[in-house]
Ligand binder design. Structure first.
Ligand code: UD1
Ligand code: UDP
Length: 397
């Protein structure tokens, strides 16, 4: 279903149309926005812009969960995000260590800033850590990408999603399935706002620039003709040697049909080196790519194989066939309305699904409100939502 009938309208209270066209209001609201990991940057950029257009005071706090140039600064440069006002330089660690360090470093910043709202995106450790500190500091908490559920409690992100939603005053959902999840968990309708997808706001804003980079990257990687693109970073896929070797075997087999470009996340790069497998030259492994180079390759790919949340959404918006190498997804709209299919991690099933997807091709059916205006809706709702003293808080009846 393509549902662009709400394009110029504010949507609130579990998707109920407010009916009025909202013009940007001027506001003195202060909003601290949190970034931590690679996918947070394209999600935050349009939100920062939309808040600033409405004269909100914004602060950008980067936890430093991701820190390599190719996982962090390149996104700031390419997306035109200003240097963060704070970089907590937390770095890597176990879940408990990383979450605790972020909380400890974020708390004094909030004490100093006292923002009206703390806005967190996605489901990474930085998201839940900052939401918890913010809730206890008395700030309003806004969660962008609320309500997504994979139903896989072994996934660290699922824990982060559920806890962050519980701490949040504003639950900004990308799709109606997420709204339904939140309603069934008992959230009040006034907390839930179906706004669309900020990741797609950035994709649409950068598509032309990315297209301009496509051939340059392909030349640099030595790839000619049709190609597939792969990314992997979930611990369940890359940290278990049997699963990881099986997926590498599947990618190698597919690369006999067309080259597979595989920009590897640092966690994955390390595992490839450790695995000692001899891989065919047509499986083209590279360092992680910058946002524009990667998007350029996504646009031109005949097929994408991934375990990334953001890449499932981007391929749907682009109409590029996508196989998700997992048994579940928290983004079912990319299957119901997009180009995504779950292919699991069994090599023969992945290869069969890849051949079938190559034969069928893609097709664009962009989900409702994935129209490049999600951040404007979020900013309008925050500006009209007032401060903590004006609002019912998360557990008030
Ligand atoms: C994190 C998120 C995951 C998200 C992914 C996006 C959590 C629990 N996981 O996973 O939801 O999909 O980011 O990419 O928050 N490393 C580097 N350089 C870096 C960053 C990481 O070398 O700049 C290496 C380190 O060895 C580190 C490992 O990658 O231990 C994992 O990093 P981490 O941030 O803990 O988890 P991700 O797998 O990146
Ligand atoms: N991405 C990128 N370079 C890469 C791989 C991914 O720029 O080498 C982008 C991708 O286009 C998307 C985001 O990173 O915008 C997704 O991040 P990731 O897969 O790390 O995290 P997830 O979405 O799974 O949380």
């Amino acid at each position: 279903m393509v549902g662009h009938s709400f394009d110029d309208r504010c949507v609130s209270e579990a998707g109920a149309e407010l009916g009025a066209v909202c013009s940007p209001a001027v506001s003195s609201l202060s909003v601290a926005c949190v970034s931590g990991a690679r996918p947070n940057f394209p999600k935050l950029k349009p939100v920062l812009d939309a808040l600033e257009e409405r004269s909100c005071q914004t602060y950008l706090v980067h936890t430093g969960q991701h820190y390599d140039h190719t996982m962090s600064d390149i996104f700031l440069d390419e997306l035109g995000i200003r240097k963060p006002d704070w970089n907590l330089a937390i770095g890597s660690g176990s879940h408990g260590q990383q979450t605790a360090r972020i909380m400890e470093a974020f708390e004094p910043i909030l004490d100093e800033l006292r923002p009206d709202v703390v806005l967190v995106v996605g489901d990474v450790n930085s998201t839940v850590a900052c939401a918890l500190v913010a809730a206890k500091a008395g700030c309003l908490v806004a969660h962008v990408e609320a309500g997504l559920r994979s139903r896989d409690w072994a996934m660290p992100e699922e824990v982060n999603r559920v806890v962050t939603d519980r701490l949040s005053d504003y639950l900004f959902a990308t799709s109606r399935d997420a709204v339904e999840n939140l309603k069934s968990e008992g959230y009040r309708e006034d907390q839930i706002h179906l706004v669309g997808n900020v990741m797609i706001d950035s994709l649409l804003a950068n598509k032309q620039r990315a297209l301009g980079r496509q051939q340059v990257v392909l030349d640099r990687l030595g790839v000619e003709g049709p190609y597939a693109l792969a990314t992997l970073h979930r611990p369940s896929n890359v940290d278990d040697p049997d699963t990881f070797n099986g997926v590498l075997q599947a990618l190698s087999e597919i690369s006999a049909v067309l080259p597979v470009v595989f920009p590897a996340h640092p966690r994955t790069f390390r595992r490839i080196t450790e695995s000692g497998q001899s891989l065919p030259g047509s499986l083209v492994i590279s360092e992680p790519l910058g946002y524009l180079d990667f998007l350029g390759l996504e646009i031109g790919a005949r097929l994408v194989l991934t375990d990334s949340g953001g890449v499932q959404e981007e391929t749907t918006a682009l109409g590029v066939p996508c196989l998700t190498l997992r048994d579940s997804t928290e983004r079912p709209v990319t299957i119901a309305e997009g180009t995504n299919r779950l292919a699991g991690t069994t090599p023969s099933i992945i290869v069969g699904a890849a051949m079938s997807a190559l034969e069928k091709g893609g097709g664009r059916r962009r989900p409702e409100l994935w129209d490049g205006r999600a951040a404007s809706r979020i900013a309008d709702i925050l500006v009209s939502g007032g401060r903590s003293s004006d609002r019912r808080r998360p557990t008030e009846l």
